[in-house]
Structures are given as C-alpha cells and as structure tokens.
Design a protein around this ligand. Structure first.
Ligand code: ATP
Ligand code: MG
Length: 473
C-alpha cells in the first residue's frame, strides 16, 4: 500500500464517498476492465476487502480482490479467452492475469457451518453482495465498490475506518468460533493499520483465544509475520501478549521477568516488544528481534551484588527460535537467517579495523549490516544511560563500509592464494592444506599480512616448514 490522497477530517470522508467520479479514478485500468467485462456479461462485480479500505484511507492498494455475483462455471466462461489460474475454482475463486497483475475474482458466497473452526464445510453461492460482505471478518474489510465508484457499506465500515476502529462483522465470538484465525487477523490489522480494536470484539478475542490452537501453523505464521511489520507492533505485542503467547508459549516466562541489570529498565518481554518496533521493517529482522532474548529467563543468574546476568542466552535463544519457527512451518531460509542473527546478536566487537575485520570473517558483510539493525534496536530498548553507545555502532558501521569498499578479504573465496598454490609449493594433499589456508586467512583478517599473493606464498613457506618440523619432532 503506497501513500496517496490522505483524508484528514470526517467531512473529507463524507465528500469522498459521494464523489464516485473521484473514487472511480482510483481504480487502475486493468481492474476497471475486469469489472466492466463482468458487468457486460450481466454479473454484478465489486472491488472488496483491503483495496477499498486502502482507497478510502487515501492509500494506493497493491492488490485488488474482486467479488462477482455469479457461479464458478459462469465466471470461468467469461474469462475463457484470458490467462487464468483455476486452482481455487472449487471454492469459487478464479485468478486472472490482467497483464499488470494476478487478480483474484471470487464468486459471492455465504458460508454455512465451520465444523473444524478452519474450513467452511460447504460453499453456498449467492447473487447478493451484501450477503457476501456479511461473511467478511471486520467491518473495515466489508465495504464494496463497483466500477462506477459507488460504495456499498451495509455494516458501517466507513464510519469505523474514519474512527480507526476494528469491529467484527456480526456477533464477534460467533465469528471467531467460525474461524479462529480472525483473532490473529484482528491483532494484525491493529498493528499494521494502527486501529484500536472495539471493546466487544476485544473481549471476544480474549475469550476465544484457546481456539487458536485449532488454526494451522502456516496461516498463523503468515499473520504473525505481517503483525510484526506493523507500525503499531509494540502496543499490540503488549496488549495482546496472551494471544501471542498462545501461539508462542515459550515467550510466556519473559512476561514480567525483571532483568536486575543496570543496562535494562524494562522486563524481558517489554524490552522485546520495544526492540521489535525499533527494528527495520523486515520480516527476518523483526522475527530475530522477537526471539533474541527469549531464553533470558532460562539463562538467568545473579552475581554477588545481586546483578542479573544471562550467560549463553544468545545460543539458547537461537536454538529455541529454530524449534519455534520449524513448528510454525517457516521456510528453511527464514529459519536459518533468523537463528544466525539471534545467535550473533550479542557479539560486540570493538570499533577498530582489526576487531571488525575478524568479526566480518564470522558474520560476513550482509550479516554485519543486518546485525547493526538488530544491535541498534536492542540498544534503543535498553536504559537511556547507555545510549551513548550508538556512537560506537555508527563508528563500527563506518569501518565496515570502508573495509567493504577496499574489498577486504574475509573468506577463503577472496584469499590471494588457494589450495592449488599450496600443492604446487609442495604441501601434502589432505588436511594440512585446509589448516594452512585457515592460518593464512587468519593472518589477513588480523591484518598481520596483506592479502597479496607474494606475501602469502612467503608466509605459506614458513607454515610448511613449521608443519614439517612438528612432524619430525
Ligand atoms: P491486506 O492489505 O493484508 O491484503 P486484506 O483486507 O486485503 O488486507 P486479505 O487477507 O487479502 O486481507 O483478504 C481479503 C479480504 O477477504 C479481507 O479484507 C476480508 O474481507 C476477507 N477475508 C480474508 N480472510 C478472512 C477470514 N479469515 N474471515 C473472513 N473474511 C476474510
Ligand atoms: Mg488483500
């Protein structure tokens, strides 16, 4: 969703919904063509869901969902000459390639009973957009707009957008019992849109919380990722900690856990919530932030002065993060990246070339830049008495950038000599080659030797001699 017109006052919204010409202009041409084609076939067609919400909020939507008052077979025939994907047609959804984007068109439907709180047991099509809007989760997502820019708002969604409120369509707990994922969707929208959840809907969220255990891990993880990237994430993590802990029970011991350490003014959970909000909006980084201190309660000890310490918590947190992410069916790449960042989040090399060069050998340039985001967010969520350390992170970043610009060697790939060179100079094939290359790289990384072929070959001679000597003795 990109920035757009922007509505500041209530009267703006009233004017806007009456100004159908203005709203029609907010519909991109390819979407307009789809709506018009459906209408030409005698089918009522509407933009629904997030796109209408975004337009009314003055933002440019990224994707458009369309609802059509028809049945799947008719829908397919209207687009028989177009590139389509029909994997969802069993549930009344056809994906059409507009040339600009893939757009989902769904036949208007009402859903009957939900035997397993996840999947409607049958799909009943309806020729009535209002009935279709009634099955949607929140009033702000239950507004429709046709190709003329005419708005359909049977549940007061526009008023709720204006007042920035999330309210379930219909009786909240009945709706959460139908599909418990809506609990997390509500919290997610509160985080991304910055809307407050209306009190009846909020109570139902709390009451229906145990039903979350019926929702598939994949669906929950998808919502969690979006939630973590919202502007309002700190408030949501704080206000809905019980729901978050139903999804991730391992976080529960961090709630209210006092750190007894001069670096900290927040409990572990509150520190985590603040640090997530301070970190760059990137799923991997924010997941790493969520998990970076999860093992602190387990790693806690106090010294003679009663000061709290958390020895080994980065490694333990990384192990826990890996287990949680695998349970939530996160993809392997995400698991790997998050665990890496959690494992390394607390390494604090001094801001010198030598020490950062060594650090880069361990974490790489990409890792170092990601860890700078993590470490800044971590520091920002600690006691302000230590915020002067930001300067040291700035200095570290400058040095890392210099090293990158210089093409500093941080791995065997860019070392000026390789295994073949060592064999040519008489090293025996086998583990000695690896050991010698490692010693050469260490010398370069510690800035004791230049990464130059002649320099390293000379050094390699010495290493070979030391290997031979140790073999003889
Ligand atoms: P986003 O900006 O994240 O795409 P969105 O509102 O478009 O937000 P989607 O997940 O794309 O959200 O869903 C599109 C629409 O489908 C929603 O606006 C809502 O009307 C409806 N919807 C989606 N999931 C559910 C659900 N679990 N229960 C009821 N309605 C739902
Ligand atoms: Mg959407």
């Amino acid at each position: 969703m990109k920035g757009g017109i922007g509505l500041s006052r209530k009267t703006d919204m009233e004017k806007l919904i009456k100004d159908s010409e203005f709203l029609r202009k907010a519909i991109p041409d390819d979407i307009l063509l789809i709506l018009s084609r459906l209408e030409a076939a005698g089918i009522g067609a509407y933009i629904v869901g997030g796109a209408v919400r975004d337009i009314l909020m003055g933002n440019t939507p990224e994707d458009f969902d369309i609802a059509a008052e028809t049945e799947p077979s008719t829908l397919t025939s209207v687009f028989s000459d177009r590139k389509t994907v029909d994997v969802g047609i069993r549930f009344g959804t056809l994906t059409v390639d507009t040339g600009k984007r893939l757009t989902e068109i769904t036949c208007c439907r009402r859903e009957s009973s939900y035997p397993d709180i996840r999947h409607p047991d049958s799909v009943e099509y309806t020729m009535d957009i209002v009935a279709d809007l009634a099955r949607r989760d929140f009033t702000v997502n239950a507004v429709a707009m046709d190709c003329r820019g005419k708005i359909y708002d049977p549940f007061g969604g526009i008023r709720d957008i204006e007042q920035r409120i999330l309210r379930a369509v219909g009786e909240p707990s009945a709706r959460f019992k139908e599909d418990a994922l809506r609990i997390l969707r509500g919290i997610r929208f509160s985080s991304t849109l910055g809307f407050r959840i209306e009190s009846g809907t909020k109570s139902a969220i709390h009451c229906c919380r145990p039903l979350l255990t019926c929702v598939s891990e994949e669906r929950m993880f998808c919502e969690l990722c979006k939630l973590l990237c919202g502007d309002n994430v700190r408030d949501v993590l704080t206000e809905y900690s019980d729901e978050i802990c139903t999804l991730i029970p391992e976080l529960r011991p961090t709630i209210g856990f006092c750190q007894n350490n001069p670096h900290h003014i927040y409990t572990v959970y509150d520190h985590i919530a603040l640090s997530v909000s301070l970190c760059k909006k990137d799923v991997v980084l924010r997941l790493a932030m969520l998990f970076h201190d999860i093992a602190k309660p387990a790693a806690y000890s106090t010294d003679n002065e009663g000061i709290g310490h958390f020895k080994g918590h980065p490694h333990l947190s990384a192990v826990m993060a890996g287990n949680i992410l695998k349970r939530l069916k996160a993809d392997g790449d995400t698991v790997k990246k998050v665990c890496f960042l959690v494992e390394h989040h607390d390494i604090r090399p001094s801001a010198t070339r030598k020490s950062l060069h060594k650090y880069l050998r361990k974490v790489g340039f990409r890792g170092a830049y990601d860890l700078l985001y993590i470490r800044r967010a971590d520091l920002g969520a600690q006691s302000p008495d230590f915020h002067y350390l930001f300067e040291y992170l700035d200095e570290s970043e400058r040095i890392i950038k210099d090293l990158e610009k210089e093409g500093a060697c941080i791995s065997l790939d860019t070392l000026a000599v390789n295994g073949r060179d060592l064999i040519n100079m008489g090293f025996e094939r086998g583990p000695d080659i690896g050991r010698a290359l490692d010693m050469l790289l260490s010398a370069v990384v510690r800035e004791e030797a230049e990464n130059r072929r002649d320099v390293l070959l000379r050094k390699a001679e010495k290493i070979k001699k030391s290997f031979n000597d140790s073999f003889i003795s």
